[in-house]
Design a binder for this molecule. Structure first.
Ligand SMILES: CC(C)(COP(=O)(O)OP(=O)(O)OC[C@H]1O[C@@H](n2cnc3c(N)ncnc32)[C@H](O)[C@@H]1OP(=O)(O)O)[C@@H](O)C(=O)NCCC(=O)NCCS
Length: 154
């Protein structure tokens, strides 16, 4: 990263197929059960709202949202390991909420693992409240893990 990129404010740009190698490098590094290239391609092909978050060529994170009428379903929100803990997750989520609200979404829904303390803290601080529980939703080392279903008005 050079001084010019460092001086820029991170921004959202549309995710493209060209970016998938960089996205997958982060995805495979930070998740025990990562999305596959096929999962990202399906999201792009389905027209989901897919975003990169970064400064120039420096990828800090990314997000995928499915927009269904007035509800935005957050499917993936990730920050690169080296960039975590510096406020980028909070900023990425805030920018994402603004973008989907501008596209007509009135609420945002998401799932998070009960064991994901960083994710849960991020969403709680952003005003998400638990509205449900999906039993055995995620793969886990010792079988399956439930998902907390969280929602927030935008
Ligand atoms: C969850 C994730 C997106 C947070 O992004 P981040 O850039 O590290 O988070 P931020 O620095 O913006 O911190 C935002 C809030 O999250 C919480 N948080 C972040 N890291 C945390 C950690 N390791 N432990 C506990 N809480 C944490 C804090 O409450 C923080 O708020 P604060 O301002 O009070 O400190 C990031 O850790 C990540 O990508 N993790 C792996 C992928 C993942 O779990 N995605 C979410 C799936 S639902």
């Amino acid at each position: 990263m050079n001084a010019i990129w460092r001086a820029e404010r991170p921004a959202l740009t549309p995710m493209t197929r060209d970016a998938l190698a960089a996205v997958l490098a982060v995805e495979n590094d930070i998740y025990e059960f990562p999305w596959t290239r096929g999962n990202f391609l399906d999201s792009l092909d389905a027209g989901y709202s897919c975003w990169l978050y970064g400064c120039g060529a420096d990828l800090l994170g990314y997000a995928v949202v499915m927009l269904a009428v007035d509800e935005a379903h957050l499917l993936n929100l990730s920050v690169a390991r080296a960039a975590q803990g510096r406020g980028h997750g909070r900023a990425l989520l805030a920018e994402l909420c603004t973008v989907v609200r501008d596209h007509g979404a009135r609420t945002m829904l998401l799932e998070v693992r009960p064991s994901n303390l960083a994710g849960r803290a991020l969403y709680a601080r952003a005003g998400f409240l638990q509205v449900g529980l999906r039993r055995g939703y995620y793969p886990a080392r010792d079988g399956r893990e439930d998902a907390l279903v969280l929602r927030r008005a935008l």
